[in-house]
Ligand binder design. Structure first.
Ligand code: ZN
Length: 185
């Protein structure tokens, strides 16, 4: 089932997400729906807060980035992730976000990271990722902390984007996927 993606301005996108355990209700269905929703919107990652659940869960498929064969693409479910360490030179990459349509900006992040997480069977893994895979993980991980990529931009950039972000929060962005606009704010 395709779920509506929360637009910028929704309070859930600003919540710090909670860990879950294997008893979380309908987890498999939720994960299935998140994959479907992500692919429908042509995304490479989707975090649970983006579909209105403030839980520590995100899915990633970097296959779409792999046309240049520069990366080892991954398709993974991350539950209760914890980034243990980030290192390496910071590099800029133009990021976008399904919750912030039509805005793309360079964001500077570390090249490598070590992360501990559980998969959908609640087996624990500790792995290192680099390059684009690390980038997508950092972006989705941020969502679980209530952080959006625009938070990483300079004060000047933020000021320049302010009206566009307000417009998105009011439903002004035209997208070809289901979005939910914050109400009552
Ligand atoms: Zn995002």
């Amino acid at each position: 089932m395709i779920l509506p993606i929360l637009a910028f301005g929704d309070a859930v996108l600003r919540k710090k997400a909670s860990n879950i355990d294997a008893n979380y209700p309908q987890l498999n269905t939720l994960i299935e729906n998140m994959w479907e929703t992500m692919y429908e919107a042509s995304g490479v990652g989707l975090a649970a807060p983006q579909i209105g659940k403030a839980i520590n869960l995100f899915v990633i498929d970097t296959g779409a980035f792999d046309e240049k064969k520069q990366s080892n693409s991954i398709k993974k479910v991350f539950i209760n992730p914890l980034i243990e360490e980030e290192w390496g030179d910071k590099w800029e990459f133009e990021e976008g976000c399904l919750s912030i349509p039509h805005i793309r900006e360079n964001v500077s992040r570390h090249a490598h990271l070590k992360i501990t997480y559980q998969d959908e069977l609640f087996n624990t893994h500790t792995e290192t990722f680099s390059g684009l895979e690390a980038r997508v993980i950092q972006h989705e991980y941020d969502h679980c902390q209530g952080v959006l990529f625009t938070d990483h931009l300079s004060q000047l950039k933020k000021r320049l984007l302010k009206n566009k972000l307000i417009n998105i929060s009011k439903g002004g962005a035209v997208v070809d996927y289901k979005m939910r606009i914050p109400s009552g704010r």
